[in-house]
Write a protein that binds this ligand. Structure first.
Ligand code: ADP
Ligand code: MG
Length: 239
């Protein structure tokens, strides 16, 4: 089993979009996959699956009132989803630090656990990263995002995680953009995928249907599918 944190430092770069669609892609490729919303104070993953009315969430697991298997929803292609609660009362009751312990309880036949890590340097951010073994960094091709990505990498490596590489999202290949090769050199990390800026991502969000389901032939969906294939080929740290 591989537990992978999708982290970035900066918010709004596509972590939730990538977590959701990568989870579906891995499931479609036959891998038993669980995706977890660890953005406890800014929970968004449920919105991408129209699961925002879920009664049981990861908050109940973190507060010790339910087991992980009790709160998992089965989504497209069989991906299993643990959403986070949206109400303030539910948000207040959790101890983010229990995330690692909770994820140690995932069924042994699980191939991948993908964690949607919140931005910044909050308690919940550190707790989410600590719960993983590997980190996949997400950045947009601009200096601010890349600088924040480096911070996320330092924290992850300090906590003993293996950095798999970077996913560049919202790539437009315009005049002012920093190119994939340049980023590879600056970060000294492989760029595992370049996901284009694609209107279908927002269309899917508005429809409450994941991109992989709404338009698997879109450019962004194809890039995420290729990322899933690459991840399967790379060996986990304990493999
Ligand atoms: P994060 O979880 O890092 O805060 P999100 O996944 O919520 O980021 O994405 C932020 C916004 O950017 C959302 O409105 C999303 O629809 C949009 N977005 C993400 N990736 C793309 C893309 N490749 N093309 C177009 N819009 C995108
Ligand atoms: Mg998010």
């Amino acid at each position: 089993m591989r537990i992978i944190a999708i982290a970035s430092g900066k918010g709004g770069v596509g972590r939730t979009t990538i977590t959701a669609n990568l989870g579906i892609a891995l499931s479609e490729l036959g891998k038993s996959t669980i995706i977890v919303d660890a953005s406890l104070t800014t929970p968004d993953l449920a919105l991408l699956f129209k699961l925002e009315r879920s009664v049981y969430t990861i908050n109940d697991v973190l507060s010790g009132e339910a087991s992980l298997s009790e709160v998992l929803h089965v989504g497209p292609k069989g991906v299993q989803i643990a959403t986070a609660a949206m109400t303030l009362e539910q948000i207040k009751k959790v101890s983010p630090e229990r995330m690692a312990e909770v994820l140690r309880g995932v069924p042994a036949n699980t191939d991948f656990v993908i964690i949607d890590v919140p931005g910044g340097l909050k308690r919940e951010t550190i707790a989410a990263i600590r719960a993983a073994q590997e980190v996949l960094l997400v950045a947009t091709p601009d200096m601010i995002s890349l600088s924040d990505c480096m911070k996320a990498r330092l924290i992850s490596e300090f906590l003993g995680l293996t950095t798999i590489g970077v996913v560049l999202n919202r790539v437009r290949k315009d005049e002012f953009e920093i190119g994939g090769n340049e980023i590879k050199t600056v970060l000294n990390l492989p760029v595992l995928a370049e996901i284009p800026e694609d209107e279908s991502v927002r269309e899917a969000l508005n429809k409450g249907e994941p991109l992989m389901v709404m338009d698997p032939r879109s450019r962004a969906a194809k890039a995420i599918m290729n990322l899933a294939k690459k991840l399967i080929k790379t060996k986990g740290p304990k493999a």
